[in-house]
Design a protein around this ligand. Structure first.
Ligand code: FES
Length: 230
C-alpha cells in the first residue's frame, strides 16, 4: 500500500530552515521588465528537483541554496518571528474606486514593483470604470507576490484573485541584481516555530535572505543587501 502523503504545509523552524511537506513543486520565478525597467511579467522555470519533504534555507548562508545545509547553526542565525499575527484585513488600508477596491498592507511589501507601471495601482483603482485600466489594475495587483495588495469587486464583495496552483517560487530579480524571497502560491498553510498557524493566503512571500525585519515574511531587505542565492 502506498504511504500516505504528508500534509501540504511550510513549517518555520526555530532559528533554522523552512520545512516543506506535501511534495510542493519548486521552481524559479523571474521578474521580467518593460523598456523602462518596470516589473511587467513573471517568467516561470526551470523547476527545481526536490524530495517530498525538504528544508529550504531561511538564514541566507547555505552553500546549497535553496536548500538548507546547516549553516544557520554555524552563523548563529537569529530567526525570531516578528511579524504581526493579525489577519490581513485588520492590517490593510482600503482604497476605494468606482468598480473595485484595493486593500494594501504595506508591512508585507516584498519589493516586486508590479504596482508601479502604467500609472501605479493606487491611481488605477480610482479609474476602474475604464475597462482597460481595470484589466491592467487586476493583473498588476495579482502579480504582487506578497499579497500586500488585493483587489476587491464592489458588486460581489469578493477578492479578485487569480487561481494559483500550490507551488513555491524562488524569486529572481535581474533588474535589482538580486534574488528575492520564497513565493508561496495557492494557499499553503504556514506554521510558526511555536505552532501558531498564520492566516492562509493565496499569495505570500517568505524571507530567505535572513535579513527581513518582519520574519518570517519578506520586507524587501534582500534588494538592499543584494542577496544572491548562487
Ligand atoms: S528575502 Fe526579502 S527580506 Fe529576506
Amino acid at each position: 500500500m502506498a504511504s500516505e502523503k504528508s500534509k501540504v504545509r511550510v513549517t518555520v523552524s526555530e532559528n533554522g530552515p523552512y520545512i516543506v511537506t506535501g511534495d510542493i513543486p519548486l521552481a524559479k520565478h523571474t521578474i521580467a521588465t518593460d523598456a523602462e525597467g518596470g516589473s511587467e511579467a513573471w517568467q516561470k522555470g526551470p523547476a527545481v528537483a526536490h524530495r517530498e519533504t525538504y528544508a529550504l534555507c531561511r538564514c541566507g548562508a547555505s552553500q546549497t541554496k535553496p536548500f538548507c545545509d546547516g549553516s544557520h547553526l554555524k552563523i548563529g542565525f537569529a530567526g525570531a518571528e516578528t511579524a504581526s499575527r493579525d489577519a490581513y484585513l485588520n492590517q490593510a488600508k482600503v482604497l476605494d474606486g468606482p468598480t473595485l477596491q484595493l486593500t494594501d498592507a504595506e508591512s508585507l511589501c516584498a519589493f516586486g514593483r508590479f504596482c508601479d507601471p502604467n500609472g501605479n495601482v493606487w491611481s488605477q483603482v480610482t479609474q476602474t470604470d475604464d475597462h482597460e485600466v481595470r484589466t491592467m489594475f487586476i493583473r498588476q495587483v495579482n502579480d504582487c507576490p506578497s499579497g500586500r495588495l488585493v483587489a476587491w469587486d464592489k458588486a460581489s464583495g469578493k477578492p479578485v484573485e487569480h487561481a494559483l496552483p500550490v507551488s513555491i517560487g524562488l524569486i529572481e530579480d535581474p533588474e535589482q541584481q538580486c534574488s528575492g524571497p520564497l513565493w508561496l502560491q495557492g494557499g499553503i498553510p504556514i506554521v510558526a516555530a511555536d505552532g501558531f498557524e498564520y492566516e492562509v493566503r493565496n499569495r505570500v512571500t517568505l524571507c530567505r535572505c535572513g535579513a527581513s525585519k518582519n520574519k518570517p515574511f519578506c520586507d524587501g531587505t534582500h534588494a538592499a543587501i543584494k542577496f544572491r542565492d548562487s
